[in-house]
Design a binder for this molecule. Sequence first.
Ligand SMILES: Nc1ncnc2c1ncn2[C@@H]1O[C@H](COP(=O)(O)OP(=O)(O)O)[C@@H](O)[C@H]1O
Ligand SMILES: [Mg+2]
Length: 239
Amino acid sequence: MSQLSVRHLEVRYGDLVGVADVSLEVAEGSVVALLGSNGAGKTTTLNAIAGLVRTNRGSIDWGGASITNLPAFAIVPRGLALSPEGWRLFVGQTVEQNLRLGASALGEKRRLPALLERAYAIFPRLAERRHQRAGTLSGGERQMLALARALMSEPKLLMLDEPSLGLAPAIVDALYETLQRLHREGLTLLLAEQSVPLALDIADYAYVLQTGRTVLEGKAKDLAGDPQVQQIYLGIGAA
Ligand SMILES: Nc1ncnc2c1ncn2[C@@H]1O[C@H](COP(=O)(O)OP(=O)(O)O)[C@@H](O)[C@H]1O
Ligand SMILES: [Mg+2]
């Protein structure tokens, strides 16, 4: 039984089509990858699930109930969190202030100290920098902060939009090890990546988007050797 179910999602930006027809399922406890080259519709799909952009057509169900077009502030408390593309941190605020904002949807503020402690245990680097402004962090540290901020709302499903983008390989390896650990501890992951090998290595199942449509799906280990995946990327690259 799917925890998250997206059916025939269409999102428009005025006259422009963000995604035309995207369907995907995420089972509880799984890691699902959303693949596709630049402009394929990965960010639009995640933002629609997170309630950051409006859906024109289709449905988004979470835990058996519709969350289609609910605002983000109503979606986060249900256990979905997004670590967005480009991090979207408050660069003038400290690390800790950014983390606190991640917990702002929580009704129960008494949990805050424990959640901060947990974030700092996962990312000791952030503990060292807790009083530094986010704008002074390196790219890798900003990604850690974006992820840690998403975890502050105690999600069941964590969505990550291009977590490896622009980071050095050693930092990416460490980040993916952390993601695997979080997954082993029970977190469900929906991961948008341009880096196919990276995503398929960690995922159970993957969907490939092309110009706003789901064009291919399968078990990650089957897609890893599928020449069609390569063709879809190269096809777009040549266009
Ligand atoms: N704010 C926006 N306004 C207009 N068009 C947008 C906007 N954001 C994305 N798009 C368009 O929607 C399509 C999907 O983009 P996006 O979801 O960002 O893809 P990806 O994350 O896979 O790179 C692209 O054609 C892109 O140009
Ligand atoms: Mg994107």
